[in-house]
Design a protein around this ligand. Sequence first.
Ligand code: BJW
Ligand code: ZN
Length: 243
Amino acid sequence: MPERDAGDLLRDAERIVVFTGAGMSAESGVPTFRDALTGLWQRFDAQALATPEAFEADPALVWGWYEWRRAEVELVWPNAGHRAVATIAAHTPDTLVITQNVDDLHERAGTTRIVHLHGSLFAPRCSACGHAAAVSELPAEGGRIPPPACADCGDDVRPGVVWFGEPLPADALSAATEAASDCDLLLTIGTSGLVHPAAEIPYMAARAGAAVIQINPEPTPIDSVATINLRGPAAQILPDLVC
Ligand code: BJW
Ligand code: ZN
């Protein structure tokens, strides 16, 4: 029984890394990027929305799209999978959640030790001087919205996410690689494992001798290093593991 084996690994582990991707929030109603039909990149052009060049070419298009995404996240709730991850962290204090997600659903489920490798929808900053900006309180209805001006230098404020071609936040990436290289169990949940350098995190843990449990309804490249593959949705599988 892979579920039983996974439960044993989880109970015995002392240093746990939980590595999450968009599938973690799918059952909360946040769309993934690459799932057939519902994935954001099936419906929207990543090059026109999620690159520094796109923001430079059309800041109102890009800012409006991310304001719409933020507003959608504000309407939904953490799911049973997010709550199970918070329970794991409460039982094993030396747990780090490494998420690629730009939502705040892990935090809203009670997780406190977390790094956001791809930034956050809730941390806008100046595109020129980096000064942190306030999250707008105005409801975003979609469509083009000109970005606000930086309070410090007047340049355009940009979404606090990591676009294609941009480096990951150095502090988040170093905390993530350090924890992955020093854990005894890594759970990888709801990620396609296609986007680098984040995708290397499970391999680092496996190379360092950690057990790797993957939760995903579909096969991914990470299958090859997973000790146990649990095929199914995170919000159903995770609560069974922690009970
Ligand atoms: C469920 C489920 C359920 C569904 N339960 N599971 C090496 C090789 C090739 C390319 C590169 C390379 N190194 C770098 C690159 C380029 C590029 C890259 O990786 N491209 C590949 C796509 C080919 N990487 C970059 O550009 C990165 N930067 C970089 O490398 O900088 C170098 C540099 C250094 C120094 C100076 C300058 C530059 C940056 C990558 C940034 C990624 N950004 C995005 C958008 C964030 C903002 C936004 O939200 O709009 O991040 S792209 C998007 O993909 C988002 C995600 O975090 C990321 C990963 O996606 P994720 O989470 O895996 O989602 P999906 O949709 O792919 O998968 C969902 C999974 O869930 C599926 O498997 C489902 O089956 C599963 N699922 N329901 C459980 N209920
Ligand atoms: Zn500024």
